[in-house]
Design a binder for this molecule. Structure first.
Ligand SMILES: [Mg+2]
Length: 262
């Protein structure tokens, strides 16, 4: 969960300025947290409180919907998501939003069937689309296998067979054609999984994600949420990332990990 939020902050400055290299500063003054962080917090709060997922998604979205970001964006939520916030009409989207917010679940449910059931409840509210449910399951099953120390090759086999995702490509093969308009989860989740599985450290997973281009904050958020399950996040990276969070986000993260520290 923290791994996702840090990925969002690191990737934020590259969403509209894609780069194709792993050589960059993790943090600079134009980094910020975006909708990925906000809605990850919403899911986390739902999991540790008595509030429904509808209540927490709305609460966090309304709190930040008029926020101006360092990159000039306001609110930064997708149009369809805001439509749901304001009218309750489901958008049945197949975009990245359903996966970018889901990593807190990996810290809570350790039975795969429970995990999928809870994930479906959270996802269907706004993303009741077969591609979205497939992507959320693929992401969570990858995390679940990492936590159970399944070898990387075997994880790739399972995700490829079960979800029809090509996770056997190398990052060097993906990178040349990948661009920032890949915002559908079927075009982001396989790539994020590869970024995390092919990494040699937490930091390396974020660098992999940013180096592809695409929806950089979301790709790094998704990859970071999985990489956190494989590697310890270095304390200096956590300390740096915290400078970009506000007190409510820091407080929620602290409460979440206090309740679910493994
Ligand atoms: Mg974002």
């Amino acid at each position: 969960m923290l791994g996702s939020i840090i990925g969002d902050i690191v990737g934020s400055r590259f969403e509209f300025h894609n780069i194709k290299t792993k050589d960059f500063s993790l943090f600079d003054e134009s980094c910020c947290f975006t909708d990925d962080t906000i809605l990850t917090c919403a899911v986390a709060e739902h999991l540790i409180s008595k509030l429904s997922i509808e209540e927490t998604l709305r609460k966090w979205a309304l709190k930040y919907q008029n926020r101006t970001y360092e990159n000039g964006e306001i609110g930064a939520f997708g149009k369809g998501f805001l439509q749901w916030v304001n009218t309750g009409v489901s958008i049945n989207s197949s975009s990245n939003g359903c996966v970018m917010r889901i990593s807190p679940l990996l810290h809570i449910n350790h039975d795969q069937q429970c995990l999928f059931k809870k994930a479906d409840e959270i996802t269907k509210i706004t993303h009741n689309h077969p591609e979205s449910l497939n992507a959320v399951h693929a992401y969570l099953e990858t995390g679940f296998m990492i936590q159970n120390l399944i070898p990387i090759d075997q994880i790739k086999e399972t995700i490829s067979d079960k979800y029809q995702y090509n996770v056997h490509q190398s990052l060097d093969e993906i990178r040349p054609l990948y661009n920032r308009f890949y915002v559908q989860c079927k075009n982001s989740v396989p790539q994020a999984i590869i970024c995390a599985l092919d990494a040699c450290s937490y930091e390396d997973a974020l660098r992999n994600a940013v180096s592809l281009g695409g929806d950089s904050d979301t790709l790094a958020c998704m990859a970071g949420g999985l990489a956190e399950l494989r590697f310890k996040i270095p304390t200096n990276i956590i300390a740096n990332a915290k400078k970009y969070m506000d007190k409510d986000i820091r407080k929620l993260i602290k409460m979440f990990y206090n309740m679910h520290e493994k």
